[in-house]
Structures are given as structure tokens and as C-alpha cells.
Design a protein around this ligand. Structure first.
Ligand code: PLP
Length: 430
């Protein structure tokens, strides 16, 4: 018999598998609220006006349009400059530039947010640690990515309790774990996934004060933060405002030195609507070394960063060699053209206003106790807390598709289906 017959069947993807199922659904009433893709008020996936303009500029620019050659392993210099400028100078103006001036950021253009997480995971598992803390609940792919890339110990921290973020439970678990590790004399620092904003699936984030408490703990325990910023802009509609977690982490007065580094995994999938183009980035904030600590000299050589750069390159070369070109060209045009960038900010705000409107319209129709934290949730999703059985009933009897954890993507809700949807939710909640 073939050795391939030893391959067991993997379970279908929890989100994308449902979309397949939905496509086969025959009922005219069907509503797909599974995947986190923004749809407009008419149920269409549209391209942002800023992106359409960038595409037109690229089309009319022969050199850009015709260039199908390979990109460098970690992306173009231009992309790196534009994205670092956006993430570190504009989103974190107080302290971000300090890290850039001191050559403390290693950068890779990645295959969207997932690719950033995968490269980070591979690097961390090779050199730093095979332990990771992931919130419970979280985006289902987090566990998959870290397991597939060499992590051996996946721990879950309690994130959600009684409709709120479980700050005390979360901090307590980390401290207990650190205490046990200390007694075992385990020196490898554990990593921890932090959702930068719009936590998936709950839509609930810690307050600024709570984040301070959490980051204080993570810093004191010398853990390695992996900030997953897949939804920058989708919380408030203001792209820069939503980078508050990065602003806090980079505050050199509060946290002078992340001694085991800090990893930022960022995506343009949702906030530029570039889902299928796979464009995002990984920034590794390196610790201060004797060579760069307390120095005001800009652009000095940082050997630590150079070593990290070289290993990231080696990882990417062995995984997929180099990133795709087109999406990053779109990002370059949007980020480097002041007018287009302004338009992009407006586009994101417009999208978020629609999501707010849908949330409010649903609240006005339902308002039942199950929606107790409805107003506090934000972003693309509404977390119903329905049981898997209720989710099944919604799908089988009402043709309304949510993910198994009871997460509902608000972007699939519009004037033509909201009444039917709310009736179905109400019926199932009883
Ligand atoms: N992280 C979270 C929490 C997400 O929800 C997603 C997408 O759904 C991603 C990362 C990565 O998405 P992408 O690879 O499309 O950028």
C-alpha cells in the first residue's frame, strides 16, 4: 500500500470551510456572515476608491505596470520605507522614530498578516522559544500557524468572561506560569499573541488602563509580545488612533528595553481591502545593545539587527523566496501620495461608519440580554456567544451562516436582510 495512505484527514478550516458550504446552499434566504471581508450596503465586496485610483496610476505608469521581475527576498526598499513610516512615524509619532533612527527594526514584506505570523513563528521557534500564549478564544488560525511552524507548547490565556475581557484571570495565569518556569529553571522566554485592536472573535479589547497593566506584566516577565495588527482602523475609523497598543509598547520611558524583542505582524487585507493580494509586514523591534543604547547617533550599525535580518531572509528564501509584487505596489502608491493617503483614511472611516450603523440597527431591533455587551464591541464582528448547537440551528433552519464559535460578520448585514436576520437570531436565542 502507498505510504500516502498513512495521511489522516485534517478537519476543514473553521471559517473557509463554511464559505464552501454556503456556496452550495440553495435557499434564497441565505446570509453569509462567516468570513471577515467587508461588503458594502448592497452586499458587494468593493474596492476602496483610494485603491482604485492607485490601480489607475499603476496602469498608466508603463514601468510599474510592466515590471514582472522578482522582488527582493524581504520586499522592496520603497515598501519598507513607506510601511515603516506609516507604522512607526505616523502611527507612533512619539517613540516610533527613535527605534528607526537607531536601526532597531528588522523588516519583512510578508504574505499578509498570516505570512507575517508564520515567518515570526518560524524565526522564534528556531532561535528563541517554542512556547506561546494565545488568547482563548482567538482567531482559530493562530494555533495552526504556530503549531505548523515549530511551536511545541501552545498555552491559552483566559480572555473572555461574563461578557467582558478577563483581565485578572489573564494576568494571574501568566504570573503563575512564570513562577512555575522559574522553579524549573527554564530560560526560554515564552511568546504571547496580543490582538492590537478589534479582538477576533469577541470584538472586545482591554481599555488603555487595562493594557498598561497587561503590558507591565508581560514586560516584567520578559515575555516576547507578538502584536497581531490585522484590523488597524476598524475600531475607531481612525487608522492612527487604533495603533494605541503599539504606542504603549514602544514607550521607551515605560518600557526601556524589550530584552527579547517585540514582533509586530501587520496586514493591509482589511484596512485597504487587499485580501487576495496578500500584502502585510513583519517588524521585529530589537533590544538595545551596548552598541546602540543611549546613543544619539542615527543610523549606526546595529549588529543584532543585521543578524536578525539575515536569518529572516534565510527563512523567507526557504519558504517562498520572495513576496508578490502587485499588492505592494498599490500600497506604495497609496502611502506615498498625500492625496491618496488622505482618501484612504476617509475610505476606512466610511467603512467603519457603516459597520457602526449596522451594529446600532441590530441593537435597536434586538436589545435582548444576550446583547449585553453589544455596544462595547467593535470592528467587523459581533460575538453572539451562541452555542455550537444554536449556530447549527441558525444555519439549518434559517440559512444564516455564522462561524462555529458564534461570531457574526457585520459586513454581511444590510437593509435587505437585517429584519430577517434579527428575527432568526431572536428565535434561536430563546
Ligand atoms: N490575525 C487575525 C486576528 C485575523 O483575524 C486575520 C484575518 O482574518 C489575520 C491575522 C490575517 O489575515 P490576512 O492573512 O488575510 O492578513
Amino acid at each position: 500500500t502507498s505510504s500516502l495512505s498513512r495521511v489522516p484527514r485534517a478537519p476543514p478550516d473553521k471559517v473557509l470551510g463554511l464559505s464552501e458550504h454556503f456556496k452550495r446552499e440553495k435557499s434564497a434566504k441565505k446570509i453569509d456572515l462567516t468570513v471577515g471581508i467587508y461588503k458594502d450596503a448592497w452586499g458587494k465586496v468593493t474596492t476602496f476608491p483610494s485603491v482604485v485610483k492607485a490601480q489607475k496610476l499603476i496602469e498608466s505608469h508603463l514601468e510599474l505596470n510592466n515590471n514582472l521581475s522578482y522582488l527582493p527576498i524581504t520586499g522592496t526598499k520603497e515598501f519598507q520605507e513607506n510601511v515603516l513610516n506609516f507604522l512607526f512615524r505616523e502611527s507612533c509619532p512619539q517613540f516610533g522614530p527613535f527605534y528607526l533612527a537607531h536601526d532597531r527594526v528588522s523588516f519583512v514584506q510578508t504574505l499578509s498578516g498570516t505570512g507575517a505570523l508564520a515567518v515570526a513563528a518560524k524565526f522564534l521557534a528556531l532561535f528563541i522559544s517554542k512556547d506561546i500564549w494565545i488568547p482563548d478564544p482567538s482567531w482559530a488560525n493562530h494555533k495552526n500557524i504556530f503549531q505548523n511552524n515549530g511551536f511545541e507548547n501552545i498555552h491559552r490565556y483566559s480572555y473572555y468572561k461574563d461578557g467582558q475581557v478577563d483581565i485578572d484571570g489573564w494576568i494571574e495565569q501568566l504570573k503563575t506560569f512564570a513562577y512555575t518556569r522559574q522553579s524549573e529553571n527554564n530560560k526560554n522566554p515564552p511568546c504571547i499573541i496580543l490582538h492590537a485592536c478589534c479582538h477576533n472573535p469577541t470584538g472586545l479589547d482591554p481599555t488603555k488602563e487595562q493594557w498598561k497593566k497587561i503590558i507591565d506584566t508581560i514586560y516584567d516577565l520578559k515575555m516576547v509580545p507578538i502584536v497581531d495588527m490585522a484590523y488597524q482602523g476598524l475600531e475607531s475609523g481612525d487608522m492612527l488612533r487604533d495603533a494605541y497598543l503599539m504606542r504603549l509598547c514602544l514607550d521607551v520611558e515605560k518600557y526601556p528595553n524589550w530584552s527579547n524583542g517585540l514582533f509586530l505582524c501587520q496586514s493591509f487585507a482589511k484596512n485597504m481591502g487587499l485580501y487576495g493580494e496578500r500584502v502585510g509586514s513583519l517588524s521585529v523591534v530589537t533590544p538595545a545593545t551596548t552598541n546602540n543604547r543611549n546613543s544619539n547617533l542615527p543610523q549606526q550599525i546595529n549588529p543584532l539587527q543585521q543578524n536578525i535580518d539575515s536569518q529572516l531572509k534565510k527563512i523567507v528564501r526557504g519558504m517562498y523566496s520572495s513576496p508578490p509584487g502587485y499588492g505592494s505596489r498599490v500600497v506604495n502608491v497609496v502611502l506615498s501620495n498625500a492625496k491618496l493617503k488622505q482618501q484612504w483614511f476617509k475610505d476606512v472611516d466610511f467603512m467603519v461608519q457603516r459597520l457602526h450603523y449596522v451594529r446600532k440597527e441590530m441593537f435597536d431591533r434586538l436589545g435582548w440580554p444576550a446583547l449585553i455587551n453589544f455596544a462595547q464591541q467593535h470592528g467587523m464582528f459581533y460575538y453572539t456567544k451562541f452555542s455550537p448547537k444554536q449556530v447549527d440551528t441558525l444555519r439549518n433552519q434559517y440559512f444564516v451562516y455564522l462561524t462555529g464559535d458564534g461570531r457574526l460578520s457585520l459586513s454581511g448585514v444590510n437593509d435587505s436582510n437585517i429584519d430577517y436576520l434579527c428575527e432568526a437570531l431572536e428565535a434561536v436565542s430563546k
